[in-house]
Design a protein around this ligand. Structure first.
Ligand code: GAL
Length: 827
């Protein structure tokens, strides 16, 4: 532009600006979200004695907080907790929340609703003294129309929420307590798209085009009937793809469902590798004025489960390499935080996971949004029990009154998510063995089909045949076998069962017409960084993987060699070998991706969190993570373990997980101790060698050329702290998190794998410490404190940004070690 005069340049810029305005405005510029966050400035009071709303006003001990909030995680681990160690030995109780707010006068002609994404449990809600309702289920979202009871302008409104998690036990795992998911305030015109009011399907998908069917439920809360125009525009990123318009007449105070059909040319398909999303923006106009906008994300993909080829996505066979996840977020408890869920999913993705099972309840909506964006094959599960309870006060007590509504709401809420491929109507339901179970299963299947015909329905059943019989190949015709009644009834589209990997190869004989998914597998048990195992003869040493766990270690640890499992489970390798071998096995969901609070099988108190995770409670991978990574990803992997801090002369088994190589050679202090390569279906190699302090080095090679080298060194005494943040710069929005790993190092900067120093943290700046954790299932230190004892040389601290941009300074101190500071920028 150098030859233009200043005047010409300004004119040109102005023309460009006008042109930009004239161009299609982008989706986000145009789109107004109907709901705003309603998370901040709640008052909270934990008190069992006040049972009714009318006396709550006299309570004086309110404290201010933001939701999502989990009060149980703030308590002490309690051996006598009625929740039991299964529930994480953390107490429930009765909590009250209240919030005062104003609503603008101009909204007095509108509909104002409050949306809760999930409150654990038995919530009851009042607005300005009017009772809005109760919702026993702690995992489902719900909303109330507050319009008739609101005051406008300068007047205050008060909302009160009673949360009753006092009857314990009511869960087999840690549930958390309180308003533990997001809360929203929604303002709409009286004529609007109803709650969860769209349903988008793509019945015909080809490379050339995809048909898109959009079902829209419209609600008219005006007394008069209305003539309106409904336009749905489909966007890919910010580009308009297509749009469809329809005029409607809708009666006063009524609902109407309309259907709009359109096509997307050359659709960009959703897949695990390229999770491409489209957005449909539905607008309702009255007299040419847009009065309501509703956004639905969806994906275009074509899939089926096949009796021969397993899961086929967009014409390609895809093995489901999934994990089960409970909803807690380790040290953050059950209070959801989008970044914390995203981090969990990132860690899973890095391992090669492509599937998530939401055990055993509807997850936070944010998890599903992230699975849509990140590319996971989700099995969305509704219940852990039907009418028959598993713990005294669980959902079985609410079954009769609520199951239909809860299931319908889950389907309405979730059915547009492209990441969901399977509905599960329950997990290990006690009624599965008898006709009552078949009757209930039929009802649940019918409800599910009514709301979505595009996905298969399964249940996570116990093995379909009694595992005590010798011959697991027995077919249904044989009389002497106890069969899972639901599996046999033919009511399910997909046979899903938990464990029993020995039976998988016989699936096609037992169920020739129904495809298979391993809904839950493995239940391996491991403490990160521990390698000793107890046998009857040898109490703790030496470090040998083949010395099986029998009575448990005295310190409630479990060896992290892949050799300890529940009686109903298998080693990680055993189940994966079967799933990998047969095409007709669609895949598996391993129990579990992450450790979770509660269910500390095989121990009881003092253990309070699980040993099942491939990754520990803090987010640190156990060794078997790398077995999966070597099998499930294209990344070049070489991982050796255990650590190299043993006693001279001890016999130690050294394992290596590797891929993209033909062999691995191990060197101890420069001397080769042998070359190994995997044979047949081996998933690791091993050397049994006497320990000698120094350096253990593994070299993987392909066609004689070095692929990777890995070294582990014997560490000296703890001397230094190393701090590593997953992100050094985060958003100053009061929510975002930085996860900082503390490694305890010796003077030569080698990780000390046995270090268990207590580390204390302090933070300067506009932010706070919201969690500390080492992944130790036996630790009773609070996750909410500012100090924690490391496990196997590692500890995690989580810091949350405040609302103002700042440089946060986190300092870690441990007695006798050099302290260390890290700066996290919030913007
Ligand atoms: C399964 C159950 C899971 C968990 C697991 C532990 O039977 O479905 O919820 O309890 O066992 O191994």
């Amino acid at each position: 532009m150098s030859q233009l005069t200043s005047y010409q340049k300004i004119t040109l810029l102005f023309v460009c600006f006008l042109l930009m305005l004239a161009c299609e405005t982008s989706r986000d510029q145009k789109f107004n979200d109907r709901k705003v966050s309603f998370n901040s400035d709640w008052s909270f009071y934990l008190n069992d004695s006040i049972k009714d709303n009318d006396t709550i006003g006299t309570a004086t001990q309110w404290r201010t907080l933001n939701v999502p909030h989990d009060w149980s995680i703030e308590g002490k681990f309690d051996k006598k907790s009625p929740a039991g160690y299964g529930g994480g030995a953390l107490n429930g109780g009765l909590g009250w929340y209240k919030k005062t707010f104003k609503v603008a006068v101009e909204d007095s002609t509108k509909i104002t609703s409050i949306i809760f994404d999930g409150v654990y449990k038995n919530s009851e809600v009042w607005i300005n003294g009017h009772y809005l309702g109760k919702r026993p289920n702690g995992y489902i979202g719900f909303q109330y129309d507050m319009t008739p009871y609101l005051k406008y302008g300068e007047n205050n409104n008060e909302i009160i929420v009673k949360v009753d998690n006092s009857k314990q036990p009511n869960s087999r795992w840690y549930s958390g307590s309180g308003i533990f998911r997001n809360v929203w305030l929604e303002t709409t015109d009286k004529l609007h798209v109803a709650q969860w009011g769209t349903y988008i399907t793509t019945p015909k998908v080809s490379a050339e085009k995809a048909s898109v069917e959009i079902e829209i439920r419209i609600k008219n809360q005006y007394a008069a009937s209305k003539k309106a125009t409904v336009t749905t525009t489909i966007f890919k990123e910010d580009t308009k793809v297509t749009s469809v318009t329809q005029d409607i007449t809708i009666g006063g105070n009524s609902n109407q469902t309309i259907k709009q059909n359109t096509e997307v040319e050359t659709p960009i398909l959703w897949s695990v590798e390229t999770p491409e999303l489209y957005t449909a923006v539905t607008e309702i106009s009255l007299d040419n004025k847009i009065i309501d906008q509703y956004k639905t994300n969806f994906g275009i993909r074509d899939f089926k489960f096949d009796t021969e080829k397993g899961f086929i996505l967009n014409g390609k066979q895809v093995k489901i390499k999934g994990v089960c996840l409970h909803h807690d977020l380790g040290p953050l408890g059950a209070a959801i935080n989008t970044r914390a869920i995203e981090r969990q999913l990132e860690i899973m993705k890095e391992m090669g996971v492509n599937g998530i099972r939401t055990t055993h309840n509807p997850p936070a909506p944010e998890l599903l949004d992230l699975c849509d964006k990140m590319g996971f094959i989700v099995m969305d599960e509704a219940f852990d029990m039907w009418k028959q309870t598993k713990t005294k006060y669980d959902y079985g007590n609410d079954w009769d009154k609520w199951h239909k509504k809860d299931l319908v709401d889950q389907l309405l809420r979730d059915r547009n998510h492209p990441s969901i491929f399977i509905w599960s109507i329950g997990n290990e339901i006690p009624e599965q063995w008898n006709e009552t179970g078949v009757t209930i299963a039929k009802e649940l299947v019918a409800i599910t089909r009514q709301y979505d015909k595009t996905r298969p329905i399964t249940a996570a059943m116990n093995p379909p045949v009694n595992m005590n019989i010798d011959d697991v190949t027995l077919q249904f015709e044989k009389n002497n076998v106890q069969f899972n009644a639901i599996a046999k009834s033919g009511v399910l589209d997909l046979i899903g069962y938990n464990y029993a990997h020995q039976t998988y190869e016989h699936h096609q004989k037992n169920f020739p017409n129904t495809p298979f998914i391993a809904t839950e597998t493995t239940s391996g048990l491991q403490t990160r960084g521990y390698y000793d195992s107890v046998s009857d003869t040898i109490k703790k040493w030496p470090v040998r993987w083949d010395l099986k766990f029998t009575e448990g270690n005295p310190d409630n640890t479990v060896s992290a060699y892949d050799q300890v499992q529940t009686p109903w489970g298998s080693t990680h390798e055993a189940t994966w070998k079967v799933i990998k071998k047969y095409d007709f096995l669609s895949g598996m969901y391993i129990w579990t991706g992450f450790d979770y609070i509660g269910e500390p099988t095989p121990y009881e108190w003092p253990s309070i969190s699980s040993y099942f995770g491939i990754v520990d409670l803090a987010g640190f991978p156990k060794d078997v993570y790398y077995m999966y990574q070597s099998e499930w990803t294209d990344k070049t992997v070489l991982h050796i373990f255990p650590h190299w801090n043993w006693k001279a002369g001890q016999t130690v088994d050294v394992w290596a997980y590797y891929n993209n190589a033909d062999e691995v050679e191990l060197f101890l202090n420069g001397k080769s101790v042998g070359v190994r390569s995997k044979k047949g279906d081996d998933l690791h190699v091993m050397w049994r060698i006497p320990f000698q302090a120094g350096t253990l080095k593994a070299v993987s090679r392909k066609n004689g050329k070095v692929v990777l080298e890995k070294e582990i060194k014997t560490a000296g005494n703890p001397a230094l702290l190393k701090l590593t943040a997953d992100r050094n710069s985060i958003t100053a929005d009061g929510n975002d998190l930085s996860f900082i790993t503390v490694d305890i190092m010796d003077a030569k900067n080698v990780l000390v794998p046995t270090a268990n120093n207590e580390i204390s943290f302090s933070l300067k700046g506009n932010g706070k410490i919201v969690g500390v954790c080492s992944g130790d299932p036996v630790s009773h230190e609070s996750y909410k404190g500012s100090k924690h004892t490391a496990l196997s040389g590692k500890c995690l601290v989580v810091i949350q940004a405040g609302n103002q941009a700042d440089n946060l300074e986190l300092t870690a101190n441990a007695k006798g070690l050099q302290s260390k500071t890290i700066t996290i920028t919030t913007k």
